[in-house]
Design a protein around this ligand. Structure first.
Ligand code: ACO
Length: 422
């Protein structure tokens, strides 16, 4: 009997099966041979929400949720946040190694070349109602871009895939800024390709009558750090959506619209918006105990707390907390941070949260920084989607190259009626 195997005895039949282990896991399809009798379909694993199912092999991002470790292609997130830029991190995710000087210059120039969007996209976005949610505008606009790039359908062509990835990373800030300007009734501002990725984004958001927008370098860097932290997070809900939609060979704009739609929900990327609403509702520090009591009674959730994978402090939340001070030095202190820190203090010493290993996640502090920078909560998830583009596309690329890729198609356990006649 091989050491790297699992022996299963089917107590219905008394038969024993030896299933090989690869990287410590069994193949779910190996269970299918286990049958009660000849007619039996075979054993499946029942796993709603994929709590214990690996759907792919990946070499992009590593998370150890118990220890609070996050690495992109082996590099700890803390080091990337300190020493790299968002575009370097995006390159790392896409190509597997950090760029040298020439590679970075070429990559940056390619991104800059594609920041403009078709004028008809502008008209398309002008059609949204003034009070449309920016995330809904973003999702629809990503999908609409598919109509401008019919060649994106050639997903088997690596050059096409690379060009579409460049296009998407380049155009996301433009679309996001247009959504923001539309909400505020302001004219769209064209990209300024002399500026860095985040400074140009700030230009498209906030430029008014001045001939050239000057981004505050501290805020541009803070935004860049936030973008690095949000760039990837392995097989989360939105990345899994990207992979599922992409597995049908839909083009990357449509697959990414699906991924962004997943991100929009309050249990995923939409949580940052909900955190701010929650803090506003709490209002003052003396209301926190009552609020925590209602959470413990199951009446509501403490938004920005808890994570499917992290059962320890989310390493991104730590970096964000540190970044907050540099932002407040420019913008003035957002008093909501005091409420957030008090919530964290109370929650981390309360048995309910300790027992369930609920810690602040990436969304707990990010909104407070974004608000200090001048964003309204509706924009927060959009600010998450822009950098996550690099992660989504890296996973899509990995999947396109993976010989094991097949169209995603889970099974079900059917519990409905047997055949019945009308
Ligand atoms: N507030 C209060 N209780 C919570 C919270 C929370 N934020 N999160 C989990 N719990 C409780 C659950 O009620 C459950 O308690 P029980 O065992 O008594 O039933 C227990 O902790 C386990 O939680 P699950 O829901 O089983 O954990 P799951 O892994 O399915 O959910 C999730 C993870 C969705 C992130 C959850 O923690 C949550 O809803 N958090 C708030 C929303 C949020 O901040 N989302 C952002 C996540 S980060 C991201 O996506 C970028």
């Amino acid at each position: 009997m091989a050491n790297d195997s699992l022996t299963i005895t089917d107590n219905r039949t008394g038969k024993t099966y030896e299933l090989p282990l690869k990287h410590g896991n069994i193949k779910a399809m190996d269970l299918r041979q286990i049958k009660a009798d000849e007619k039996d379909f075979g054993v499946m694993s029942y796993d709603p929400a994929f709590l214990n199912t690996a759907a792919c092999e990946s070499r992009i991002t590593f998370i150890d949720g118990d220890q609070g470790i996050l690495r992109y292609r082996g590099y700890p997130i803390e080091q990337l946040a300190e020493k790299a830029t968002y575009l370097e991190s995006a390159y790392l995710l896409l190509y597997g190694s950090l760029p040298d000087k020439d590679q970075l210059a070429t990559f940056t120039a390619r991104i800059a070349k594609h920041t403009f969007i078709h004028e008809n996209m502008k008209k398309f976005m002008e059609g949204f109602r003034y009070d449309a949610h920016p995330m809904s505008m973003l999702v629809s606009s990503i999908a609409a871009m598919s109509t401008f790039y019919p060649d994106a359908r050639n997903v088997d062509d690596p050059e096409v895939r690379e060009l579409m990835a460049i296009r998407l990373i380049a155009k996301m800030p433009t679309i996001a800024a247009y959504a923001y300007r539309h909400t505020n009734g302001l004219p769209f501002v064209y990209p300024d390709n002399d500026l860095s990725y985040t400074a140009n984004f700030m230009n498209m958001l906030w430029k008014m009558a001045e001939p050239k927008f000057q981004a505050n370098p501290v805020l541009a860097r803070a935004l860049d750090i936030l973008f690095i932290l949000h760039a990837d997070h392995e097989q989360n809900c939105s990345t899994s959506t990207m992979r599922v939609v992409g597995s049908s060979q839909a083009d990357p704009f449509l697959a990414m619209a699906g991924a962004a739609a997943s991100l929009s929900g309050p249990l995923h990327g939409g949580a940052n918006e909900e955190v701010l609403r929650m803090i506003d509702e709490i209002g003052t520090v003396d209301h926190i105990p009552d609020f925590i009591a209602s959470v413990k009674q199951g009446e509501r959730k403490l938004m920005g707390f808890g994570h499917r994978v992290y059962k320890n402090y989310d390493p991104r939340a730590k970096v964000i907390k540190e970044t907050a001070d540099s932002v407040f030095a420019v913008t003035g202190r957002n008093p909501k941070v005091d409420i957030a820190r008090e919530i964290e203090k109370i929650a981390l010493s309360d048995e309910y949260f300790v027992k369930r290993r609920l810690y602040p996640n990436v969304d707990f502090y990010s909104g407070i920084i974004y608000e200090a920078m001048g964003f309204r909560p509706e924009m927060f998830t959009v600010l998450f989607a822009i950098p996550r583009t690099a992660g989504w596309l890296s996973h899509w690329e990995e999947q396109c190259k993976d010989g094991d890729t097949k169209i995603s198609r889970p099974r079900q356990v059917y519990l409905g009626p047997d055949q019945r006649d009308i």
